[in-house]
Design a protein around this ligand. Structure first.
Ligand code: ATR
Length: 271
């Protein structure tokens, strides 16, 4: 029997997930189906319960339901707890278990695909919304020397950092306002939504260097953040690799098999 999975969002027509998971399944010989499902804005819970009744094994969750998905779960992984959001649901065993693979996807893209170690490095995370919160714990686990979180609303960044328990806070984490950012960083991650609105962030040129990786979690077009980083000589990456890597991590959690991501990233980039 084929094992059924889906991605739930609103809107969902643009989703690349069916293509990505179909490629993973072909590559690894896993007998699964994967479809994109549009849930009404007030019908996420009903959609999930319908999938469970139909025997689906799990689901991915995308905008705007990642927080609602978290609330619907009976159990959470540690990384989903710190994120306060779930992008991967497992329906096995009568419980809905919520995981969040976004941060693992980001770290795998940076370390394995882009070849930038995070271990012992100075990392700057821009933003403290859902996207930033989703990646904080896996970033900490990569053991950088320190993580600076900068956000327009500084209080929100403090609240986000406080969700990490003391054991998880194994590296130095500080919170700054944008105008206090002066020194340069080894890896700078833009997790704000300014790429969507095509807005420039009020950050100084001096935070970039020739050896710095500037990573925008958005993909699809060059953001003002990427353009600024490029002007200052940094290596620049968009979030397409993260998209495929977070899917690979979810696939691994569901199927116990880790697909090769490089050919899938290449395929999606060529679309
Ligand atoms: P997402 O799920 O994409 O993270 P979000 O939770 O609404 O969306 O968070 C958006 C993030 O982008 C926040 O960090 C937000 O900063 P505030 O918390 O101060 O609102 C940031 N952001 C959005 N527009 C911005 C802008 N014009 N300048 C700086 N930061 C911005």
């Amino acid at each position: 029997m084929i094992d059924k999975y889906a991605v739930i969002g609103n809107p969902i027509a643009h989703s690349k997930s069916p293509l990505i998971y179909t490629a993973f399944a072909e590559q690894t010989g896993q007998n699964i189906s994967y479809e994109a499902i549009l849930a009404p804005l007030d019908g996420f819970s009903a959609t999930i319960h319908d999938l469970i009744n139909k025997g689906f094994k799990g689901a991915n969750v995308t905008v705007p339901f990642k927080f609602e998905a978290y609330d619907l779960c009976q159990k959470h992984t540690e990384r989903a707890f710190v994120a306060g959001a779930a992008n991967t649901l497992n329906f096995n065993g009568g419980h809905i278990v919520g995981d969040n693979t976004d941060g693992a996807g980001l770290v795998n893209d940076i370390v394995q695909n882009l070849g930038h170690s995070l271990h012992g490095k100075h990392v700057l995370l821009l933003g403290a919304g859902g996207a930033a919160q989703g990646v904080l714990q896996p970033l900490v686990e990569a053991k950088p020397r320190d993580i600076t979180v900068a956000n327009r609303n500084v209080d929100k960044a403090h609240v986000m950092v406080k969700r990490l328990s003391i054991e998880q806070a194994i590296c130095n984490i500080s919170v700054l306002s944008f105008d206090a950012l002066l020194q340069n960083y080894d890896v700078i991650i833009n997790a704000t939504s300014t790429g969507l609105t095509y807005t420039a962030l009020p950050i100084a040129d001096s935070i970039f260097s020739q050896t710095c990786l500037a990573y925008d979690m958005m993909y699809g077009r060059e953001t003002p953040f990427m353009a600024l980083a490029r002007k200052n000589g940094a290596q620049v990456a968009d979030g397409l690799g993260m998209l495929v890597e977070q899917a690979a991590e979810a696939f691994y959690q569901w199927r116990g098999v880790r697909p090769k991501t490089a050919p899938v990233i290449k395929m999606i980039r060529a679309l």
